[in-house]
Design a protein. Structure first.
Length: 566
């Protein structure tokens, strides 16, 4: 199926965050005295294009058992016909954690419902996308290795035999033979899946595919959170790809992976290989209609690659404690990104406060934010003192600006202006960047909070007061948290000593709360709550500072005496 025409994409929340921080940095560093000046992937073992069909493989880790690299089981040259007479929707396999519904047509999965989770509409979460099924079929279809098409055997009627915790499926027309088995365990998100395939008695290499999207298709910007993933043990990193990675055709990765499969923001289906054998994963781009009926690329995948595959799949939530208990390798599914050195301890701190003290993630965010601001208080006091000194130098700075008014950036006199400004700072012991340090230190925490809210399933659908889901923007018509954030930033800005008298810079500062409010309007509510809390703490600290710390005296500039004493 041809890829749809590329469509323009809205700015992602990550890009909005970067733009917001760049804007803040621009205003902070382009002081009124420098208004006219400018402020100073994925390697894997094997990565090749495969002429493979758009067949996403949904591979999920199962218990510690041999992997898909076992040699193909010999298949008799002549196999008696084995086929059902009619299509059947089989009795579901149900445990305390999930409910799986099968069809004997192709031995496929019709639905995979996680009982402990709900989608955006409040229904039990089905990991199988209806839109994806309508376009590319049900999961666990057989994908022939090196082919761009699914095997015709996926239309065949298998004979289904109930077994303890699952089903055995078998089909033969005398020339083509296939067998699949599914085994579940009570109280476990691990599932064992095997497949065998032969044509004319010859074992045939193949993969098992999950196409058209995996996970919660009802979530906010769901398609953007769906990826194919491998954890490359050689490079000790998680390799993540979206549908665009396969826009020119299916792509394959082969290597020694701790796990490989598909994910969305909060759920994953990955194979956990045993031993040191090689794993093969196809990434596929499937055009699937969105809620408005427009096709958009959705990632799919296929895993296996042998004539006889044995997979141990994890199919479930990316819950930190759960993943560690199932298999230590799965902890790599939670990727906090470049800010992990802050984001992971931050997450653990939030989790501790929530599980031990307040039992609510919203209040946990507020408490941890207050603690962070208290720890940064010594730097904040230093910054406030520096800003106070800067404000007292405003008349001198204004005089310098007037003296060199109208100069262009290329004018040689600008260097002289800079020399006079720096001499003034040095004379009075002022560090022009001193007021920025505490804010700069908050940026990593901002990214870390964003990373936590973006990957921690513990915050999914968590409520706080009127907020229904801290991991998503508010769902009410007028979002209250961003408006409160704008108001608090205006108040804090009004209380903070002005560092100069340049009208242009003052106008820019007046617009900053509005710009930030616009940027944060579509951010997760938990992130807005963090920034709002920081503003409120900053207002309290500024009020105390203004009341208790007098403005420092600036040394009087005495002109040198003339030789005649006049």
């Amino acid at each position: 199926m041809a890829d749809p025409k590329p469509k323009s994409k809205e700015l992602s929340m990550e890009m909005r965050l970067v733009i917001a921080l760049v804007l803040m940095g621009a205003v902070l560093f382009i002081t009124p005295y420098f208004v006219d000046q400018a402020p100073p992937p994925e390697a894997t073992k094997t990565e090749t294009k495969a002429p493979v069909a758009e067949t996403p493989v949904t591979v999920k880790p199962a218990e510690k058992s041999p992997v898909a690299q076992t040699p193909a089981a010999p298949v008799p040259q002549e196999v008696a016909a084995v086929a059902a007479t009619e299509e059947q929707v089989l009795a579901p396999i149900e445990t305390d954690l999930y409910r799986i519904e099968f069809t004997n047509k192709g031995a496929l999965i019709k639905s995979w419902v996680l009982k402990g989770f709900k989608d955006a509409s409040g229904k039990p979460l089905d990991l199988v996308s209806d839109a994806g099924v309508a376009r590319v079929g049900y999961p666990f279809a057989i994908q022939l290795k090196g082919s761009s098409e699914l095997s015709p055997i996926n239309e065949s009627l298998f004979v289904a035999t109930p077994v303890d915790g699952g089903y055995d499926f078998e089909f033969s027309d005398g020339r083509t033979y296939a067998k699949k088995t599914f085994r579940t365990k009570p109280g476990s998100y691990l599932v064992e899946v095997t497949s065998q395939y032969s044509q004319n008695g010859t074992p045939t290499k193949h993969l098992l595919a999950w196409r058209g999207g995996f996970g919660d298709s009802t979530g906010f910007a769901a398609a953007d959170t769906m990826h194919s993933i491998v954890f490359d043990t050689a490079e000790n990193k998680l390799v993540v790809n979206d549908a665009d990675y396969a826009k020119s055709g299916p792509q394959t990765r082969t290597g020694s992976f701790a796990f490989a499969g598909l994910e969305d923001k909060y759920f994953a289906i990955v194979n956990l290989p045993s031993g040191t054998g090689s794993t093969e994963l196809y990434t596929i781009n499937d055009p699937v209609p969105d809620a408005e009926g427009k096709d958009r690329p959705i990632v799919g995948g296929a895993i296996g690659g042998e004539a006889s595959n044995k997979l141990t799949l994890f199919v479930g939530p990316k819950d930190y404690n759960l993943l560690k208990s199932v298999d230590p390798r799965l902890e790599g599914l939670i990727d906090f990104g470049w800010a992990s050195f802050i984001a992971k301890p931050l997450f653990l701190a939030l989790k501790y406060v929530n599980d031990t003290w307040v039992f609510n993630w919203g209040w946990s965010i507020i408490i941890v934010t207050v603690i962070i601001n208290i720890l940064l208080l010594p730097l904040k006091i230093t910054s406030l003192k520096s800003m106070r000194k800067m404000s007292l130098l405003a008349p001198d700075m204004k005089a310098i600006n007037e003296k060199y008014k109208g100069l262009s950036m290329k004018d040689p006199k600008m260097a002289k202006k800079n020399e006079e400004v720096m001499a003034l700072y040095k004379k009075h012991g002022v560090n022009p960047a001193g007021g920025c340090l505490p804010l700069l230190l908050q940026f990593p925490f901002l990214f870390a909070f964003y990373a936590v809210l973006n990957v921690a399933i513990e915050l999914r659908h968590e409520q706080w007061l009127w907020v229904s889901d801290l991991s998503q923007p508010e769902t009410i018509a007028i979002r209250i948290l961003p408006l409160l954030m704008i108001a608090s930033q205006f108040i804090m800005q009004k209380m903070t000593p002005a560092t100069g008298g340049d009208p242009m810079q003052q106008k820019m500062m007046l617009f900053m709360p509005l710009i930030f409010g616009f940027m944060f309007y579509n951010f997760p509510s938990g992130l807005v709550l963090y920034w709002l809390t920081g503003n409120l703490v900053g207002i309290a600290q500024q009020w105390v500072f203004n009341k208790t710390m007098p403005a420092p005296a600036v040394a009087e500039i005495i002109p040198p005496k003339r030789k005649n004493g006049r």
